[in-house]
Design a protein around this ligand. Structure first.
Ligand code: NAD
Length: 427
């Protein structure tokens, strides 16, 4: 009789390593696709990883040196595309994972970009506007030969915003001797940004949530939603879903949460946050525990903050029907298995939050044409792409008998593998 030794359980550190999480899903999808070994190796690893150490003069006169990364995963389907993250926990493995997720995300929504990501280890909350500007410009200068409208097009991510993109665009333009707005997306509208970009990720989330409801025979007015993260993605998703009649019963932040089973007035909460700088002490909901909010009963749970918030430690306690991943990498592969067993309908990150990069693509197109669309035109195009992509993933999942996440990876890998083979391997 043959006996098999069970694999040793992963430590939480291994389970939550974003690069390993990405690689686990990639390997499973590649295996199911029967991907040929050479292409498997090409697509598994980033094509370029750049590390820079950037000196910055701080306001008090001392010089600080920050470590920054840019990882370019694939240019198979077009120029690299991906955000820049500022934060104390930024690491090469995280940036690597985020870069490859960008490749898969762009392929899922079928836009002509490869994937990249950047990051700088810093605490933006403790830096002045001047320090952030000098750090951003020096980081851009260090990467000047690697980025560009036809090479690699950055965008905002956690800790960066429209102003950061304006500085990147200006620095790049100074080096090129001409204004080149299409080097970044997520810029202010007055500098070549696209109408609708700020809300686009939240909008995409609301569109795929609508589609999931349709698929599961549910209706918005009887659907309760809990959202973790009330930043760009979470607050816009909350507002758009609330406008459509969904009941937003919980909002989580890193330092506490809000809960109101009768529904939170999101318009008032946005005003409260604009006025006080926080969601806390809002009179329209009770204070709640930040971890407990994730496992509170709801129909739709939207993690829209950061990675690894749904792990082997809490996945079994989730009480949602639909998990719509606004953040990148909120769920670990071990948690995936638990969610599958529980029958939770997962809209995976590389589909759910692809509205942002899709409208970034529109921004890049508009900048290169020098002709700008109305917000309605942008939104209609975005809605069409999100609906089609949701259906593509759902059909792939049914046809191959896999969960939505593996279906999204399979669809994406298949598309990238196809162009990689068509281009051939340059020798
Ligand atoms: P953001 O910085 O605007 O907002 C993040 C919010 O989450 C903040 O309010 C922050 O306080 C909160 N937060 C951080 N850590 C938390 C924690 N552990 N628990 C609860 N709340 C926490 O960032 P964003 O642009 O909204 O991005 C959020 C996520 O969505 C990230 O994973 C990002 O990579 C992903 N994403 C963003 C976009 C985009 O267009 N901005 C597009 C695709 C994916």
């Amino acid at each position: 009789m043959q006996t098999t030794t069970p694999a040793a359980p992963l430590s939480l550190e291994q389970e939550t390593n974003p690069w390993l999480a990405q690689a686990a899903r990639f390997d499973e999808a590649a295996k199911r696709l029967n991907l040929e070994p050479g292409i498997w190796k090409v697509l598994r690893y980033p094509s370029r990883e750049i590390i820079v150490h950037i000196p910055v003069s701080m306001d008090d006169g001392h010089i600080e040196v920050f470590t920054g990364y840019r990882v370019q995963h694939s240019i198979s389907r077009g120029p690299c595309k991906g955000g820049i993250r500022y934060g104390p926990d930024v690491s090469l493995d995280e940036v690597r994972a985020l870069a490859s997720w960008m490749t898969w995300k762009c392929a899922v929504v079928n836009i002509p970009f490869g994937g990249a990501k950047g990051g700088v280890i810093c605490e933006p909350k403790n830096m002045s506007e001047g320090e952030l500007e000098r750090m951003t410009r020096r980081y851009t200068a260090a990467l000047i030969e690697f980025i560009g409208p036809e090479k690699d097009v950055p965008a905002p991510d956690m800790g960066t915003n429209e102003q950061t993109m304006a500085w990147v665009m200006d620095t790049y333009s100074m080096h090129m001797g001409q204004t080149m707005t299409s080097v970044v997306t997520g810029k202010p509208v007055s500098l070549g940004g696209s109408r609708g970009r700020r809300e686009a990720t939240g909008r995409g989330i609301s569109v795929v949530t609508d589609q999931a409801l349709k698929h599961l025979n549910m209706i918005p007015s009887e659907t309760s939603v809990i959202i973790q993260g009330f930043g760009n993605v979470g607050s816009n998703a909350a507002k758009l879903l609330w406008d459509k009649g969904y009941k937003i019963i919980g909002i989580g932040e890193y330092d506490g949460a809000l809960y109101n089973p009768a529904g939170i007035d999101i318009s008032e909460l946005l005003e409260h946050k604009a006025r006080t700088g926080t969601i806390h002490k809002f009179s329209g909901a009770q204070a709640f525990d930040k971890d407990a909010i994730l496992i509170e009963k709801c129909d739709v749970l939207i993690p829209a903050a950061t990675e690894n918030v749904i792990t082997s430690r809490n996945a079994a306690d989730l009480k949602c029907r639909i998990l719509c991943e606004g953040a990148n990498g909120p769920t670990t592969p071990v948690a995936d298995e638990i969610l599958s067993e529980k029958g939770i309908f997962v809209i995976p990150d590389i589909l759910a939050n692809a509205g942002g990069v899709t409208t970034s693509y529109f921004e890049w197109v508009q900048d290169r044409m020098g002709y700008f669309w109305t917000e309605d035109e942008v939104n209609q195009r975005l809605d069409r792409i999100m609906i089609d992509s949701f259906n593509d993933v759902l059909h792939f999942s049914i046809a191959h008998g896999v969960n939505n996440r593996i279906a999204a990876y399979m669809l994406a890998i298949d598309r990238v593998a196809h162009t990689t083979k068509q281009r051939g391997i340059y020798a």
